[in-house]
Design a protein around this ligand. Structure first.
Ligand code: MLT
Length: 262
């Protein structure tokens, strides 16, 4: 199946090694807007809509994170980006690790935000396939509309109530087939801890202290695996740290950019 390239968005035009941002599920590039705006200095920042989400086309079968990574690399090449610091939140982190494995020349540094390098448990995989089937059957995204309740940390749910509505709005705009494809792609991904062990560039592992989906021990596992990782824990944030505490995540990514350009 031939498809149009994934959509890329230049969020900032600046200098030096570009920062590429990959979003989480079931969202799109908009989740990075506040963190990109908060980045100090004058970096170039490009965000990608992953397959079937936002304005990007769906890819063919079988659904896989590897296909997402290859499509992202192709879209970035079309945008003139052949070397970048790549940061992904959650599903975006799964794609970032696959990029580091399959397109090592592209990845100058890795930002792994509220994500994990391990594969799913059998229960988690079965749950994803159930949600994919439900989205396909109903042709709605109803099966994932409740996700903001677990994506946001307790602090945000109490003190930043507007974020629940913002996430719901972003989720409502997604395609059911894109939601299903993404879930099946995530279900099929392998453990990529070995990619971190072999990655020689700088790594930032960022995690909201209240992340209930990819909690702090997953971040500690990644930081221990990567030779040059720095672990940043973000107080008052859950799984959507880049949306909940964008300035803190921006600072961590700015530090990663600085470490990647020396
Ligand atoms: C995400 O935020 O991308 C998802 O929570 C990832 C996942 O379901 O593993």
């Amino acid at each position: 199946m031939t498809t149009a390239p994934l959509e890329t968005y230049t969020l900032r035009e600046g200098y030096g090694t570009p920062l590429v941002l990959l979003h989480g599920f079931p969202l799109d590039h908009r989740m990075w807007a506040d963190a990109a705006a908060a980045l100090p200095g004058e970096p170039t920042v490009v965000a990608v809509d992953l397959p079937g989400l936002g304005a990007s086309p769906l890819l063919g079968e079988p659904a896989s994170i590897e296909a997402s990574a290859d499509a992202a690399a192709a879209a970035l090449a079309t945008a003139g980006i052949t070397r970048a610091v790549v940061a992904g939140l959650s599903m975006g982190g799964y794609v970032a690790l696959a990029l580091a494995e399959r397109h090592p020349d592209l990845v100058a540094g890795l930002g792994l935000v509220d994500t994990k390098s391990t594969a799913d448990t059998e229960d988690a995989r079965a749950n994803r396939l159930r949600i994919a089937d439900e989205a396909t059957r109903s042709q709605t995204v109803d099966a994932v509309l409740g996700m903001p309740g677990v994506m946001l940390g307790e602090t945000s749910k109490a003190a930043r109530k507007h974020l629940t509505a913002r996430l719901e709005e972003w989720i409502r705009g997604q395609r059911p087939d894109g939601v299903a494809w993404s879930q099946r792609a995530m279900a099929s991904r392998p453990d990529r801890t070995h990619v971190l062990e072999g990655f020689s560039g700088p790594v930032a592992v960022v995690v909201g202290e209240e992340d209930a989906i990819t909690p702090v021990p997953e971040a500690e596992h990644m930081a221990a695996a990567a030779p040059s990782a720095q672990l940043v824990q973000v107080p008052g944030a859950g799984h959507m740290s880049a949306v909940e505490e964008p300035a803190a995540v921006a600072d961590a990514l700015a530090d990663l950019l600085a470490r990647s350009s020396v």
